[in-house]
Design a protein around this ligand. Structure first.
Ligand SMILES: Cc1cc2nc3c(=O)[nH]c(=O)nc-3n(C[C@H](O)[C@H](O)[C@H](O)COP(=O)(O)OP(=O)(O)OC[C@H]3O[C@@H](n4cnc5c(N)ncnc54)[C@H](O)[C@@H]3O)c2cc1C
Ligand code: SF4
Length: 342
C-alpha cells in the first residue's frame, strides 16, 4: 500500500496549488476513482478532495442558460427544477445511469472524467495502451461486446461510458476549467477525444486543471421534443451498449427548425455528425428522414466481431429516439425536487 497525501481545501486557489505535484488527483464523489485505486489502475500519491469547494451551485445564466457547478451531484442536477423544465433530455440521461445511491454521490465534473469500462483497462495483469501506454490493446481480438464501432484506432477500441455526457454533447454544453494559469472554456465537442495514437488521454484537460462548471446554452426550444434512449444488458444498473440523445425544435407549422442527435457508448467520445442533424431541418419529422439521419451518423461504423450487433442496434435506436422526441418529451420524473432516497 502506497502512502497518500490527502488535502481537503476550502478554496479553489488552494486546491490548484495542492494538485501541482506529479501523480496527484482531484477526488469528488469518488465513485470511479476509488474503484480504480482499489484495482491498482490509478495510484495517485496526492489526493485533493474538492467536495468543500464552493462549486455545487446550479444557477441560471443571464443568457438564459444554466451553469452546473462541478461538484453538484448527479441526482441534484437531474431533479433540479430548471434542469427538469428546460433540459429534460439531461435529466433523463442522468437518471438512466448507475443507481440512486451512486447518483447521490457522483458529481457532474466527475461524470465527464469517468474512465472507460473496458474489462482489460481494469485488469492490471494484461496489456492496455490506455492504462500503460505501449503495452498493447488486449481488447482487440478479445471480449468486445461493449467496445467502439466508430472512431476507434489500432491502439484502443474503448468507449466512453457516460450517459450524462451524451445529453451534454447534444445540448452543446461548454466546460469551464481553471488552473493556476487562469480560466478557459472548452466546447463539449472538443472536450473528449478519439484514441488515435494516445489512448491514455481521454480528454483535452491539461494536468492540474480543475473543472469548475458545465454551462448549458439556452435550450428551452428542445424541451418539448427530446428523448434519451438507452439499450443495455440489464434494465438498471448497467452501462449502455448503445444510447441516443435526440432533441428536436419543431415550429408551430410542424417543421423541424433545429435538431440534435448524439450517440453514446459507440466511440471514445459522444458521437455527433452535424450533417446528419442538418438533414432534418426544414422537414416534417418522420420515417425516411430519420433513417437517413441514422445512416449518416453511422457512416464508417465497423464492428470488432462480438459487437457487430451494435451497428443495426444503433441505427434503429436513432430512429426510435427521434420518433419519441417528435411525439413529445416523456415526463420521466416521478420524484419530488429532492435528493433521491437511499
Ligand atoms: C456500479 C457503477 C455503475 C455505474 N453506472 C453508470 C451508468 O450507467 N452511466 C453512467 O453514466 N455512469 C455510471 N457510473 C459512473 C458514475 O456516473 C461515475 O463514477 C461518476 O459520475 C463519477 O463522478 P465522481 O464525482 O464520483 O468522480 P470521482 O470518482 O471522484 O472522479 C473521477 C475522475 O474525475 C476527476 N475529477 C473529479 N472531479 C473533477 C473536477 N471537478 N475537475 C477535475 N478533475 C475531476 C478525478 O480526479 C478522477 O480522475 C457507474 C458507476 C458505478 C460505480
Ligand atoms: S480498448 Fe483501450 S482500454 Fe481497452 S484494452 Fe484496448 S487500449 Fe486498453
Amino acid at each position: 500500500m502506497n502512502p497518500i497525501t490527502f488535502h481537503a481545501p476550502q478554496a479553489a486557489a488552494d486546491a490548484l496549488r495542492q494538485i501541482g505535484g506529479a501523480n496527484a488527483a482531484f477526488i469528488a464523489g469518488g465513485t470511479n476513482l476509488v474503484d480504480l485505486m482499489k484495482e491498482g489502475v490509478m495510484r495517485p500519491a496526492t489526493l485533493v478532495d474538492i467536495n468543500s469547494l464552493p462549486l455545487d451551485a446550479i444557477e441560471a445564466t443571464a443568457q438564459g442558460g444554466l451553469l452546473l457547478g462541478a461538484t453538484a451531484r448527479n441526482a441534484d442536477t437531474a431533479y433540479h427544477r430548471l434542469v427538469r423544465t428546460r433540459y429534460p433530455l439531461l435529466s433523463a440521461a442522468i437518471l438512466a445511469g448507475a443507481s440512486p445511491q451512486i447518483r447521490n454521490m457522483a458529481t457532474d465534473g466527475g461524470n465527464l472524467l469517468q474512465r472507460t469500462r473496458c474489462h482489460y483497462f481494469y485488469d492490471t495483469a494484461v496489456g492496455c495502451n490506455k492504462r500503460a501506454p505501449g503495452s498493447g490493446c488486449s481488447a482487440i481480438g478479445g471480449l468486445t461486446r461493449q467496445h467502439a464501432i466508430l472512431g476507434a484506432s489500432e491502439h484502443c477500441i474503448a468507449t466512453h461510458p457516460s450517459d450524462m455526457c451524451v445529453a451534454l454533447a447534444a445540448l452543446d454544453a461548454v466546460v469551464h476549467v481553471r488552473s493556476e494559469q487562469g480560466e478557459r472554456k472548452i466546447d463539449f465537442a472538443d472536450f473528449h477525444r478519439l484514441p488515435g495514437e494516445n489512448p491514455e488521454r481521454d480528454n483535452t484537460l491539461q494536468p492540474g486543471e480543475l473543472i469548475t462548471a458545465i454551462e448549458l446554452p439556452p435550450g428551452a426550444q428542445y424541451a418539448a421534443h427530446s428523448a434519451y434512449l438507452k439499450f443495455r444488458d440489464r434494465a438498471s444498473y448497467a452501462f449502455a451498449l448503445v444510447s441516443v440523445a435526440a432533441a428536436l425544435d419543431i415550429g408551430p407549422d410542424g417543421v423541424v427548425r433545429a435538431a440534435r442527435v448524439a450517440l453514446g457508448s459507440v466511440a471514445h467520445k459522444p458521437w455527433r455528425v452535424p450533417e446528419a442533424e442538418v438533414l432534418l431541418v426544414g422537414k416534417r419529422p418522420g420515417g425516411a428522414m430519420f433513417e437517413a439521419c441514422a445512416e449518416l451518423l453511422l457512416a464508417g461504423a465497423r464492428g470488432q466481431g462480438q459487437n457487430d450487433f451494435k451497428i443495426p442496434m444503433a441505427r434503429r435506436a436513432v430512429v426510435r429516439a427521434l420518433e419519441q422526441a417528435a411525439a413529445g418529451t416523456i415526463d420521466n420524473m416521478h420524484a419530488p425536487d429532492t435528493k433521491e432516497s437511499l
